[in-house]
Design a protein around this ligand. Structure first.
Ligand code: ZN
Length: 379
């Protein structure tokens, strides 16, 4: 992660760069911002900048290709340590500490550093358990800082979500902040700093991560994440300057798009009575997993309703995206008041059976054959 990968935040970046140039690197800093903000991304970019081997005195960003930058980028640098909220899971049945979750953490952060605590809990398979920075973590932490830096100028400890520290872990961190080990920099990344102990707050230098402007967020979504410009502006408006929220909404939009394509193909195959293709589609449906299968049936019910309304009067369904409009218009010839009710019933029943653990593939094939019959009854 380099500063240039992160949208906006010019002022914060300048302050961080200056701290290194002037040799005023505070040994404990608190990156505070909303969940979904660039707080973690900035801490990672700063970590890379602090230890970059190729940065001259005038550098504004890490080089991105020296040995240190590469290792920090992949989160495998031996002097880059993470303390994270974790819990017991299927793979870690007891003594859950951060070090046991490094492989998961890497894939999580490399996927996106703008994700939140719940995303992380889902990612490690915590199910309904509460995650925290456990008291066992304090021992690990003391051991970790007692070692000298392996190869870097600074040993870095990133504490993600210190607000979730067990009191014993918080005390261990506090001790370290009071008597900092040499050449060690603590970067605390918090989404709820008001929940931190005042004694910790008083020992950290705040780095305030503000929401992005609408333009910054739009440009980033469009330029970096290839979201079409109009869509990017809409997302930026909804997300109120929060990149994580914008990405989540944008991913949701991608699902919608997939559901739409899947539904349109499915209906064409039903109408054409293309049994071989329907069987292949049933296999794809099977692979979606039960939650997505239910979600898809809900979505299909929604489209069916739109199609019926459109057939009655196109004015009843304004604001359809162009691709959908074309499909809805064409398909509205095959969904009429004559067959709309039984079609709705079929999709509802499919949803019902999937929810009750019926074999999704069988349900899909069954539903397809009945839908195929019903589509022929439109007129
Ligand atoms: Zn470098």
């Amino acid at each position: 992660m380099r500063f240039s990968d992160i949208p906006g935040q010019q002022q914060v970046k300048q302050l961080l760069v200056q701290s290194v140039r002037r040799n005023h690197v505070a040994h404990a800093q608190l990156f505070r911002g909303a969940e979904g903000s660039a707080a973690l991304a900035l801490a990672l970019a700063y970590a890379a900048f602090l230890n970059c081997e190729a940065c001259g005195p005038a550098a504004e960003d890490s080089c991105g290709h020296c040995a240190s930058c590469q290792k920090i980028d992949k989160l495998i640098h031996p002097d880059l340590n993470f303390i994270l909220p974790v819990t017991t899971t299927k793979t870690v049945a007891k003594d859950a500490v951060s070090s046991k979750f490094m492989a998961e953490w890497r894939t999580f952060v490399l996927d996106s550093p703008y994700q939140g605590f719940n995303d992380w809990m889902q990612h490690i398979g915590a199910e309904n358990k509460q995650g925290s920075i456990s008291k066992e973590e304090s021992l690990q932490l003391l051991k970790l800082v007692s070692l000298k830096a392996f190869e870097a100028q600074f040993k870095l400890v990133i504490v993600w979500l210190p607000e979730l520290m067990h009191p014993a872990a918080a005390n261990a961190v506090l001790k370290l902040l009071e008597e900092p080990p040499p050449a060690t920099v603590f970067l605390l990344v918090s989404y709820a700093p008001e929940q931190l102990l005042p004694t910790i707050m008083s020992r950290v230098q705040p780095v305030v991560v503000r929401p992005l402007t609408e333009d910054e967020l739009t440009e980033w979504l469009h330029g970096v994440h290839h979201v079409p410009e109009t869509k990017a502006r809409q997302l930026a408006q909804l997300a109120e300057g929060n990149p994580g929220a914008a990405l989540t909404t944008s991913a949701g939009a991608a699902d919608e798009q997939d559901h739409f394509t899947f539904f349109a193909d499915w209906m064409r195959q039903c109408y054409g009575y293309q049994v071989a293709k329907l069987l292949a589609t049933a296999d794809d449906f099977q692979k979606l997993g039960r939650e997505n299968q239910k979600e898809f049936m809900q979505y299909a019910l929604g489209v069916l309703r739109k199609v019926l309304l459109f057939g009655l009067d196109p004015q009843l369904v304004p604001h359809l995206p162009a691709a959908e409009q074309q499909f809805v218009q064409g398909f509205s010839r095959f969904v009429t008041p004559r067959n709309a009710d039984p079609l709705t019933r079929e999709l509802n029943e499919a949803h019902y059976h999937i929810e009750r653990n019926a074999n999704p593939r069988m349900v899909f094939v069954d539903t397809s054959l009945r839908v195929a019959e019903l589509l022929k009854m439109a007129s």
